[in-house]
Design a protein around this ligand. Structure first.
Ligand code: HEC
Ligand code: HEC
Length: 186
C-alpha cells in the first residue's frame, strides 16, 4: 500500500445490502501473506475510497491480475502488488476466485453493472471510472461482442486497454439484457 492515497472517486464500493454475505471466505482470502480481506473487504465489496469491489470477476482475468499485480492506480503509487505462488498457491487462488464468483449476484441491471462493469466504465453510470470508456448508449451488437469476446488488449495490468470476457456461466444472456437496458444500449 502506498503512502499517498488520493481518492480516485472512480471505483465501485458496494453497500452491505448490495453485497450480501454468502459462503464463508476460503482461508487464502485472509491469509497473512495475501490479506485480500484488508483491502477488498470481508465480502469482496471493496473498501472506500481506494480498493475496488472484486465480486463476480471473470476467473482467468482474476487470476492473471493477482499474479501480475495492478499498477495503474491513479491515487495509490504502488497499486496492488503481485502475489506469486509462494504467497498464494494456485489451489488457494482458485478457491478465492470460485468463492467470489459464487457470492450472491445482484438481480437488477444496475447492480449487475456495478458489480461487473463499473470499476472500468464508471461506478454509477457508464460515463467514467478507472478506465473512462463510455458505454452509455453503446450498440447492442458492440455490447454482445465485447462482453462475450473481450477486448483486443493483452496486458491485464492496463485497465485503459484490457477488457476481460464474460461467459454465460458468469453472466447469463438474461442478465446481460438487464445490463443493456441499464446502459441504454440501442
Ligand atoms: C494492499 C492492498 C491490496 C491487497 C492486500 C490486495 N489488493 Fe487487490 N487491489 C488493490 C488495489 C489498490 C487495486 C486497484 C488497482 C487498480 O487501480 O487497478 C486492486 C485491484 C484488484 C483486482 C482488479 C479489480 C478490477 O476491477 O480491476 C483484483 C481482481 C484484486 N485486486 C484481487 C485481489 C486478491 C484476490 C487479493 C488477495 C490475494 C488482493 N487483491 C489483495 C489493493 C490490494
Ligand atoms: C477491467 C476493465 C473492464 C471491465 C471490468 C469491463 N470493461 Fe468493457 N471495456 C474495457 C476496455 C479497456 C475497453 C476497450 C477495449 C478495446 O478497445 O479493446 C472496453 C470496451 C467495452 C465496450 C466497447 C465500447 C465501444 O463502443 O467502443 C463495451 C460495449 C463494453 N466494454 C462493455 C462492458 C460491459 C457491459 C462490462 C460488464 C459486463 C464491461 N465492459 C466490463 C474495460 C473493461
Amino acid at each position: 500500500m502506498g503512502v499517498q492515497l488520493t481518492a480516485p472517486a472512480s471505483y465501485v464500493f458496494l453497500s452491505a445490502a448490495e453485497a450480501p454475505a454468502g459462503a464463508a471466505a476460503p482461508s487464502g482470502y485472509s491469509a497473512m501473506a495475501t490479506s485480500c480481506v484488508t483491502c477488498h473487504g470481508s465480502n469482496g465489496q471493496g473498501v472506500d475510497p481506494i480498493f475496488p469491489e472484486i465480486r463476480h470477476t471473470p476467473p482467468d482475468f482474476f487470476k492473471a491480475v493477482v499474479r501480475a499485480g495492478r499498477k495503474d492506480h491513479k491515487g495509490d503509487p504502488t497499486g496492488m502488488l503481485a502475489f506469486d505462488a509462494t504467497k498464494i498457491s494456485d489451489a488457494d487462488l482458485e478457491a478465492v476466485s470460485a468463492w467470489l464468483v459464487g457470492l450472491p449476484k445482484p438481480t437488477t441491471g444496475e447492480g449487475l453493472y456495478r458489480s461487473m462493469c463499473g470499476n472500468c466504465h464508471g461506478p454509477k453510470m457508464a460515463t467514467g471510472g478507472g478506465s473512462p470508456i463510455k458505454i452509455q448508449g453503446a450498440s447492442i451488437a458492440n455490447v454482445d461482442k465485447f462482453v462475450r469476446m473481450g477486448g483486443s488488449g493483452t496486458d491485464v495490468n492496463d485497465r485503459l486497454k484490457y477488457m476481460p470476457k464474460y461467459d454465460t456461466t458468469l453472466l447469463t444472456d438474461a442478465e446481460l439484457t438487464l445490463i443493456k437496458q441499464f446502459i441504454g444500449a440501442i
